[in-house]
Write a protein that binds this ligand. Structure first.
Ligand code: IPE
Ligand code: IPE
Ligand code: MG
Length: 251
């Protein structure tokens, strides 16, 4: 791993995680129904995928629908599900062509059979790609993710395959969503709120956080580049000192 801030080449995040927030407000400002904002938000997803492919970002994780979002009005949840199914029907071939591997994290059992079947099909169709690992967090919650890992560990202990004293950070990490990817280097939240809203709680431990007022449907390459530029200037110390990292002369 190279972490030399003095290097000429600005570091690009290997893994970018995004809370795509602000669709509803985008629509409301136009006096349109919130569903219109979600549709515009889906177009922005294509822009961020293009951006990652162009910049050589190897993994992108998008928060599309949280465990808590099920509590929204039924019409809005219905509109989101329809959009989700449409996107699964329309976009997967294009992702496949562009070398994008897609997968879904979250509580799948809560979706309809039609959506679940499409998720599996999309994952199978794109499983061989390496260029960009796209993870869509849908019906996902960070606490749910941690609880599922705890449940998996408990089951292994109960089955006699694991001893409680062998449960360490690595054992937990291995049972969390996205265990096969490096942790996100950069987190972006659009829409102006500065909170994590139960996204990747475990995986974000040392992620650089970046917030923008821009509403998700307005996100373009310029906004994403701003985030990357700021990321490139940050010193990631992981609990150590600047001097230990061999960074520029510390005062
Ligand atoms: C994000 O936009 C999309 C989802 C949560 C599904 P919002 O729908 O939360 O938009 P705002 O935050 O209300 O503007
Ligand atoms: C977070 O946005 C979830 C997604 C973007 C999918 P929310 O709009 O649900 O978050 P809160 O309610 O403002 O914290
Ligand atoms: Mg929101």
């Amino acid at each position: 791993m190279t972490a030399d801030p003095a290097s000429m080449e600005a570091p690009v995040p290997r893994h970018l995680a995004i809370i795509m927030d602000g669709n509803g407000r985008w629509a409301q400002r136009r006096r349109r129904p919130r569903a219109i904002g979600h549709r515009a938000g889906a177009r922005a997803v294509n822009r961020v995928i293009d951006f990652c492919l162009q910049r050589g970002i190897g993994a992108l994780t998008l928060f599309a629908f949280s465990s808590e979002n099920w509590g929204r009005p039924v019409e809005e949840v219905g509109a989101l599900m329809k959009l989700f199914l449409n996107a699964l029907e329309r976009e997967v071939d294009e992702l496949d062509r562009r070398g994008v591997r897609v997968r879904f994290i979250g509580e799948r059992a809560l979706f309809t059979d039609a959506i679940r079947d499409r998720m599996v099909a999309a994952e199978q169709q794109t499983a061989g790609h390496q260029r960009l690992h796209l993870s869509i967090a849908a019906s996902y919650g960070g606490r749910q993710d941690i609880a599922a890992a705890a449940r998996a560990l408990a089951a292994e202990v109960a089955a006699g395959r694991l001893r409680p004293e062998d449960i360490d950070e690595a054992a937990v990490a291995a049972r969390m969503a996205l265990a096969d990817l490096p942790a996100p280097d950069l987190f972006i939240r659009t829409g102006g709120d500065q909170r994590v809203s139960n996204f990747l709680l475990w995986q974000l431990a040392y992620t650089e956080l970046w917030f923008t007022e821009t509403l998700w449907p307005d996100v373009d390459a310029d906004v994403l580049q701003q985030a990357l530029d700021e990321y490139a200037g940050r010193e990631r110390r992981f609990g150590l000192t600047s001097a230990q990292l061999g960074a520029e002369a510390a005062p």
